[in-house]
Each structure stands twice: as C-alpha cells, then as structure tokens.
Design a protein around this ligand. Structure first.
Ligand code: ZN
Length: 449
C-alpha cells in the first residue's frame, strides 16, 4: 500500500515492521463540546485506512485518545483549559463535561460504523505514565522549571524543526513579547502545568509537591508508550497537528525512549463548508444531528467524505451531500437487483481494480467509480461493505416471503389485465417502502427511499 508520509513528505510504500499487527495511533477529540462534521471527516478517513489495511489482510492494533485535561484554548499553552471552559459554559463540573462528551463521541463513532479501536484511551487514566515521562525527560536534561510549570527545552532536540519544516528564527521574531518570558525558546512547551494561585483548575494532581496537570502533548506520548510500545507503524491526525502537537510528541517520545516514534505520519486536510472555514460566527458548524434533521443519514456523510481524499481541499455543500445520498441509494437498489438475479458471477476484475485503487494512497474515489460501473455479486458487495463500512447490505434487506407473495399477486393481476387491483397492490407495496418497476424482463422491485 502506498501512503503519503509527512515524515518524508512523499508517497511511500507502507510495510509494517511487525508483519502480524499494524500499530496505529490516532489523536482523538478534546471532549468539551459536540464535534462538527469536519472533525468526523478525519475519523472517517482513518477508519478507511484501517479497513483498507484489514482488506489487505493485516491485523490492526489501534488506540484513539480522548483528551479530558490539559488542552488549552491555544494549542501553544495559552488560555484556559478547554474542559474548564466547557464546565463554565454548561454549569457542570469538568468531570461531568468529560463524561458527557466522551459518551456522545463514542455514540457518534458507532453511528458512523467506524471500526472499534483496541482502546479509547482517556488522558486522565494515564496520569502515572505521564508523570513518569516527565521524570525521564528531566533525568535526561530536556526540561526546565518556570513559575508556571515544567517546560521542554526544544533547543536540546536538534531535529525539532524538521517534521513541520519550522522556521524557528521567524517564529521567534513573530512571538509576542509578553509570552511567558521565562521560556528559553519560543517553541518550548509545557509538559506539566502548575495550578496558579487563585486559578480554578479542578483537575489537578500532586507532582513534585505542587498541584498541577499534564500538558496536552504529553498524553499522546505517554499513552502510545504504555499501550503500543516505543515505535508504532502509523500515527494519524489533522494538518493542524503538524507544527505544534505532533512536533512536540516526537520531541518528547524520541528524547525519552531514544527510538523513532512512528514510521508513518498521516494528516488529513480540513474541509470547508460552502467555501468557507468552519466557524461559529459563520453559523456553519454542522453536527451529525444537523445533517439528520435535514434528512441525511450518517452513511450519506461518510460516502461524501470518501468521495474525496485525505490530502486535498474539500468543500462541503448540501447539494453535494444530496448527490452522495443519491449514489448510496442507487447502490442499495443495485443490491436489491442482486437479490432478484441468481446469475451474477463474482467480478474478480472489478474487485482487483478496487484493490489497486485503495492501495494507491487510499484512492476511494477511483474505487467508487469502479463500483458505479461494474456488475457485482452479493459476495462482491459484502467485501465492498467491509472495505468502506457504509452499511449497504444492512440498509438493503431482502424482502420477506409475505412481500414476495404480494409482488407475485401484482404480476398475476397485470397478466389478467386487472389494473385496478394491480394499482392497489402497488400502493400497498409503497407503504412498505417497496417500488415496483415494469421492465422488458418483467417486474422488478426497488427500495422507494
Ligand atoms: Zn496527539
């Protein structure tokens, strides 16, 4: 399989080091508000990565983290903790906020029929591992203390700028003068933050005899080490993670464990909505529920996402979503036809083309056009369903004996030229979401909606 690797900035052949099991880590949500559809697009892209690898016969061990502490409003250690912000907004405790949005996220995850990871790892369940990682970094001389926490000295990690091709001189010039003046370098980041006197930070732990909490980047390094080991095969995230979050994860893990953190790094681009960035002020922060309210299923959205590529600008419009829905309903009706024909053979050629497309840097769009243009057997559809997780067969159940008998009765009525009865039966079938079409080969049934 070929994939775009941010580490080398090129499309490369993916060969896992451990042939039996591909280790994948995906940066997950900060659980303080409802995710919008742009957030879910990334989980859909990486779900497809997982499914494509499974299609190729790999076993997967994947961890997704749930950030419930330490992610400040700015990714660069500034502003309020997002969980505290959520708690104030909803007049709840931070723990209630975390529990609520974790439950909501996992519910949506299941609604989208995304492959269950080996673990959803909640940051506050790894405090011990996070403290021990700070210990290691301190023992190796990578940290220093300031009044507000323990910082990573990025000057001690000579390759710090490589991953994101950072221009550190420029960063320095552009930095705010009052920005934590105790920091040695503008790119230094907190691995551990102290609770300031008078600060209302509910989640806090006693470390080095001071009340504090882990920095956001620390959790991913600690969770990966605990659950997946020193080196993983693929690390995923959004492009916004490249310059700070993933750069810092690499600096922490590779300094502490002295091993390459991940062989592949995959990042998806953002989606725009109606040509604009997703933003509250533009009123375009759609949730999955907003799509449902407009009559779209999570599978319509999933299909829309997979019509594009994880690298590349995407523009979401409701017209395009409607087109994706039409395509999905069309595929569902082709499955209905498959039930009614017993002479469709497995299409090895089409399945090989689909396999080539997905192995070519996850080109689901090309695979979809093969689906559009090929006659497929039930067993082909089953493989396609496993590969894309679109619930096609589930949403296209075969008709039962009762409906089969009603359809046969309509055929008989038509043959007897009893059009009143045949029309009555048609209406009766429509009530059961079944449409009857007369074709030169006789009548066929389809799903109405
Ligand atoms: Zn992360």
């Amino acid at each position: 399989m070929k994939l775009y690797n941010q580490l080398t900035k090129k499309v490369e052949d993916f060969n896992p080091k451990n042939k039996d099991e591909v280790k994948i880590y995906s940066c997950g949500p900060t659980v303080y508000s409802y995710p919008h559809i742009g957030n879910f697009a990334s989980y859909i892209y990486w779900d497809f990565l997982v499914r494509a690898l499974m299609f190729d016969g790999y076993k997967i061990k994947r961890v997704i983290n749930l950030t419930d502490v330490g992610h400040l409003v700015s990714d660069a250690d500034e502003g309020e903790d997002k969980l505290e912000k959520g708690a104030k907004r909803e007049n709840k405790t931070v723990w209630e906020i975390a529990d609520f949005y974790i439950e909501d996220f996992i519910k949506s995850y299941h609604t989208l029929n995304l492959v269950e990871p080996y673990k959803f790892a909640r940051a506050t369940n790894y405090i011990e591992e996070e403290e021990s990682l700070v210990d290691t970094l301190t023992e190796k001389g990578y940290t220093y203390e300031t009044a507000d926490g323990i910082y990573y000295d990025t000057a001690k990690f000579p390759t710090y700028a490589n991953f994101a091709k950072l221009d550190l001189e420029n960063l320095k010039a552009g930095a705010r003068v009052d920005f934590s003046s105790e920091k040695r370098n503008v790119s230094d980041f907190a691995v551990w933050k102290y609770v300031k006197p008078g600060e209302n930070h509910t989640m806090q732990w006693n470390y080095q005899n001071k009340a504090g909490y882990p920095g956001w980047h620390l959790e991913c390094s600690a969770i990966i080490h605990k659950e997946l080991g020193e080196t993983i095969d693929i690390h995923t995230g959004g492009i916004d993670h490249i310059p700070i979050h993933h750069t810092n994860e690499i600096a922490q893990s590779e300094a502490a464990y002295e091993k390459q953190m991940s062989y592949f790094w995959l990042h998806c681009d953002f989606i725009k909505i109606d040509g604009q960035k997703v933003s509250k002020s533009l009123g375009n922060v759609y949730s999955l529920q907003d799509l449902a309210n407009r009559g779209f299923s999570p599978m319509d959205f999933k299909l829309w996402v997979l019509q594009g590529h994880y690298k590349g600008d995407r523009n979401f419009t409701f017209d395009d979503l409607a087109a994706a829905k039409k395509r999905r309903l069309n595929w569902r009706n082709r499955i209905a036809i498959t039930y009614q024909k017993d002479d469709i053979k497995d299409n090895k050629e089409a399945m090989a083309e689909i396999s080539n497309a997905i192995n070519d840097n996850l080109n689901s769009a090309a695979a979809f056009s093969v689906i559009d243009n090929s006659e497929l057997s039930m067993s082909d559809w089953q493989k396609i369903d496993e590969l894309f997780g679109l619930n096609l067969i589930n949403d296209a159940p075969n008709i039962n004996e009762n409906i089969k008998a009603i359809i046969a009765a309509r055929k008989e009525a038509k043959e007897n030229k009893d059009y009143t009865k045949s029309d009555e039966i048609r209406t009766k079938l429509e009530e059961q979401n079944i449409a009857i079409k007369d074709t030169p080969d006789g009548q066929i049934w389809q799903y109405l909606n």
